[in-house]
Design a protein around this ligand. Structure first.
Ligand code: COA
Length: 179
């Protein structure tokens, strides 16, 4: 995998994926704080300052760089922010990159996550030379699993996770550069 020194926003039919900037924090915080969204993700903080700090922390990281996430704000080409997606190389697994995604509930079920994640998968293979793109979700998160399936990922495993006292079941899906 290589790092992208010259990232240019990714465009799809309806969307633009650009690097998240601190000015996006209020909007992102609003939908991440929705209990239905928050329940599906492991964020510690969803308040504007927390989201802003996270965006600032990843500012100097290039897509494909190890050590954490790079986040892209998803903007409707005929409107405003509809969600965010991200990429993070897996620790100690050369060629594997994880993808994450969230769409504002006001804009869900329009195919936006599928369109954005598909573009990110293509970008990971063609620009970053990744071998495998991987996604995780809670086993009950049907919309997220549908997105994985729709971008061509295959079911790899079911596993038990734990957060302190709480245990949960997760799934891992992947797609390879060779299809
Ligand atoms: C997962 C998520 C990103 C999907 O975004 P989206 O833009 O609505 O996704 P899409 O429109 O591309 O596809 C959603 C699919 O789920 C299906 N779906 C949505 N709600 C569903 C439900 N309750 N039961 C069954 N299927 C459902 C939709 O019908 C669609 O599938 P289809 O095209 O086969 O009809 C969005 O629900 C979200 O942000 N959830 C909270 C955060 C999250 O879970 N992120 C992923 C963590 S791994």
């Amino acid at each position: 995998m290589r790092a992208d020194d010259d990232f240019r926003p990714i465009t799809t039919e309806r969307l633009l994926l650009r690097r998240s900037v601190a000015g996006d924090a209020e909007t992102i915080s609003a939908y991440r704080s929705d209990p239905a969204v928050h329940a599906m993700q492991g964020w510690d903080r969803t308040d504007p300052d927390g989201v802003r700090a996270e965006i600032e922390e990843m500012e100097d990281r290039k897509p494909g760089d190890p050590g954490g996430w790079v986040q892209f704000t998803v903007v409707a080409r005929d409107g405003g922010i509809v969600g965010d997606v991200g990429l993070s190389p897996a620790d100690d697994e050369t060629g594997v990159i994880k993808v994450g995604y969230t769409i504002d509930p006001r804009f869900q079920s329009r195919g936006y996550a599928t369109e954005a994640v598909k573009a990110l998968v293509d970008y990971a293979f063609t620009t970053l030379d990744a071998d495998i793109v991987r996604a995780y979700a809670g086993a009950e998160n049907i919309p997220s699993i549908r997105v994985m399936e729709k971008v061509g990922m295959r079911f790899m495993e079911r596993f038990q996770g734990s957060d302190g006292e709480e245990t949960w079941t997760g799934v891992r899906y992947e797609v390879t550069s060779t299809g």
